[in-house]
Design a protein around this ligand. Structure first.
Ligand SMILES: *Cc1c(COP(=O)(O)O)cnc(C)c1O
Length: 374
């Protein structure tokens, strides 16, 4: 089976990890700060806090933003459940606003209509690596005083009108799961420039521990003393995995080029296939493509999915609109809430896309699809 996504781990990655395994630090050591500094070079200099997953990154970002009971968070439903689950876990009410038709990212008009006096944050999702419209979203959050969040689990390496993802929102989250643009096995990060939000994100990652005597309530307790002023969790990304991340980041540009080339080939090879709608790119977007997401028209998505799988092509569907998960249905959310997202879901199919996909494997994917649709 040709998978829809796959990590690209080479000898240099293995050497980087084994070097740390043989050293003095397994968890928080020098590779953590080094990885965060390297990441910040890809986010336009915005400081990054590494964490143990993309889900942890979202939890940290919402916690740093002060999201809690009584708050609403407006977000796109065309995402993995974690974008919403983490806000719900903090007690917030999730308000889903629809996506646009050309690119399935948060529609600024829908987001604006969903914002109320209770909205604390608006979360965009850079679906497939294509940045949301951060200029329009920023205008809305500036007017209403909300924080703008970006779930950029797909989009490390993308930019919008020349500004790298990571520098477009108040808080941006990344995932380093194996199928994502770079991997640390499990891992993630939050990019945040405001010093107070940054401090809160760092604290939440490590139990909320305060170690700076200047900020302590009991500064004279003794050299061992550390204290907690606000609850946090253990979301640290170990040194071993930060070393893998460092090594992976060195290939980010090469990964981006290979993904772009494969997207270009799909665009060419599928241009004349009937019953398909290929991904659109907005002016100003420079995506690092995480997914190649086509739309299968005429109600044939289920059939095409099953037949592609039977032909040994591991296509995927990304995603069930989040509010159709039973956990949200049980809270009263219903089909019909975001028609554009639902229509997209009904037609969506992710074709294999990863740096190690060869041209001949890609040709096999294209032939299988052509064979079904032509
Ligand atoms: C992968 C992903 C996450 C979660 O990241 P993990 O590292 O798997 O916890 C969140 N949001 C989106 C859009 C994702 O694709």
């Amino acid at each position: 089976m040709i998978p829809y996504g796959r990590q690209s781990v080479g000898d240099l990655d293995v050497e980087a990890v084994t070097a740390v395994l043989r050293g003095d630090w397994l968890t928080t050591g020098p590779a953590v700060a080094a990885f965060e500094a390297e990441l910040a070079r890809r986010t336009g200099g915005v400081p990054c806090v590494s964490v143990s997953s993309g889900t942890a990154a979202l939890h940290v970002a919402y916690a740093a933003a002060g999201v809690g009971a009584g708050d609403e968070v407006v977000m796109s439903p065309m995402t993995f459940v974690a974008t919403a689950a983490t806000a719900a876990q903090l007690g917030a009410r999730v308000v889903f606003a629809d996506v646009s038709d050309d690119v399935p990212v948060l529609d600024p008009g829908a987001a604006e209509a969903a914002v109320t006096s209770r909205t604390r944050a608006v979360t965009a999702v850079d679906y497939a690596g294509h940045p949301a419209d951060y200029d329009a979203l920023r205008k809305i959050t500036d007017r209403g005083g909300q924080l703008l969040l970006s779930d950029a689990a797909h989009a490390l390496g993308s930019s919008w009108h020349g500004v790298p993802v990571g520098a477009l929102a108040d808080l941006t989250t990344f995932s380093f799961f194996p199928t994502k643009n770079v991997t640390t096995a499990e891992g993630g990060a939050v990019a945040v420039s405001d010093p107070d939000l940054l401090e809160r994100a760092r604290a939440f990652r490590c139990h909320g521990l305060v170690r700076d005597t200047g900020r302590m309530r009991r500064p004279d307790e003794g050299g061992w003393h550390q204290e907690v002023h606000a609850f946090g969790l253990n979301y640290r990304l170990p040194d071993v995995l930060c070393a893998l991340g460092m090594s992976q980041l060195e290939r980010l540009e090469a990964f981006k080029r290979r993904r772009a080339r494969l997207v270009e080939r799909y665009d060419e090879l599928l241009a004349d296939v009937p019953g398909l709608r290929l991904p659109h790119v907005r002016p100003g977007a420079d995506p690092m493509w995480h997914l190649y997401a086509v739309r299968v028209l005429d109600g044939r998505r289920r059939e095409v999915y099953d037949r592609m799988r039977a032909a040994g092509v591991g296509v995927q569907v990304n995603y069930l609109p989040v509010y159709l998960h039973p956990v949200f249905e049980d809270l009263g959310y219903r089909r019909g809430l975001c028609p554009a997202a639902e229509e997209f879901y009904d037609e969506q199919l992710s074709l294999p896309l990863f740096p190690g996909l060869s041209d001949s494997d890609q040709d096999q994917v294209v032939d299988a699809l052509r064979g079904i649709l032509i």
